[in-house]
Design a protein around this ligand. Structure first.
Ligand code: PHB
Ligand code: FE
Length: 333
């Protein structure tokens, strides 16, 4: 495969655009990524034989977008039952079939580890080339154009969107802004837009703060994209608005908590290593659930809903779970 090419960074291995589809093909280690009008196709070699796996282009791009935007996230990001990444914080595994019981049994799985900047640059180059004008991988399907067809333009603004990174709380001086400039989403037109009144005792001005989280979330223009919205030591509140399907099957390397703030999400829960189904959990407004450290989960939300994801960034947690030092559940009944 030839490297080079005008709009692709020099360290990325990619072909010239295909004469028919207009898309480039990318290589990372022994993995090859190719797309056509409808599908993303990933191939790899095992024991001298070529193996491949296909995903619908829209699902693939939505998953890859999350992996890039979240910096490979906590633990495992499964694009589907076969393909995914595991974050080792500095290095990242890219795998096909390594966490799929049947692929393992058949011996057709493959895993390679890359330095984070290398896999990140490759994934970004794939997104830049494969996301067409009018398609926004963060948007709900009803609020974006199509991912399908031959290459047509690009959407760099959508894929390089600034991700909210709050230091303490939005709206505090020199912290991330409240997003009053964004319109209220069509599905949150009933959400009250009033802000709390803040009256600090003299001497505490600028230290006491509050804002209307429901108003804030009602103006989110992205789906399935938790952003850090309050920081208290190692406790991160990451609220998000959800419509359609979480584009990844997340296998966490620690326990995380979900607080359903509005409407309803159904979670599909499977074994982290094999993918075997373990539970279906329907969460209605007000429900709270802990997702254990030994599962993978994927959510479904018909009506756009609000979810609070609560993450624990205590150093060393992943290692302590992996060693079996901590039980995978936060509470034993
Ligand atoms: C999760 O994997 O816990 C997760 C990811 C994205 C969301 C919600 C939950 O929008
Ligand atoms: Fe998760």
């Amino acid at each position: 495969m030839s490297a080079v090419l005008s709009q692709v960074p020099q360290n990325i291995t990619a072909t010239e655009p295909d004469a028919l589809t207009g898309y480039r093909t990318f290589r990372l280690g022994a993995f090859e990524f190719r797309r056509d009008a409808y599908f993303a196709k990933v191939s790899w070699q095992v024991k001298g034989q070529s193996r491949s796996h296909e995903m619908p282009a829209d699902a693939f791009l939505r998953a890859m977008m999350r992996d890039v935007a979240w910096g490979f996230f906590y633990g495992w990001v499964n694009f589907d039952d076969v393909l995914g990444t595991r974050n080792h914080y500095g290095r990242v595994d890219l795998y096909a079939g390594s966490y799929n019981a049947e692929f393992k049994k058949a011996g057709v799985d493959h895993l390679e580890q890359f330095d984070t900047p290398v896999i990140m640059a490759t994934f970004k180059a794939i997104l830049a080339d494969w996301v067409n004008e009018g398609f926004d991988p963060f948007a709900a399907p009803a609020e974006t154009g199509s991912a399908f067809g031959f290459k047509q333009g690009e959407n760099m603004a959508a894929i390089e969107r600034f991700r909210v990174a709050t230091r303490r709380m939005p709206g505090l001086a020199s912290d991330s802004p409240l997003r009053d400039d964004l319109p209220v989403n069509r599905q949150f037109s009933d959400v009250p837009q009033d802000e709390p009144e803040i009256r600090a005792r003299p001497g505490f001005e600028g230290q006491l703060h509050a804002f209307n989280l429901f108003k804030y979330l009602s103006r989110s223009d992205v789906t399935w994209n938790p952003s850090v919205t309050s920081v208290c030591k190692n406790s991160l509140f990451c609220p998000t608005t959800e419509e359609y399907i979480l584009p990844i099957f997340h296998g966490n390397d620690r326990v995380e908590w979900f607080v359903q703030l509005s409407d309803e999400i159904t979670w599909e829960v499977g074994d982290k290593n094999t993918g075997a189904p373990r539970a279906r959990v329907t969460m209605k407004a007000g429900d709270v659930a802990a997702m254990p450290a030994d599962i993978r989960h994927k959510g479904y939300s018909t009506k756009r809903s609000m979810l609070l994801v609560w993450e624990n960034t205590t150093p060393d947690l992943p290692k302590r779970y992996e060693r079996g030092e901590l039980p995978p559940y936060p509470v034993t009944f």
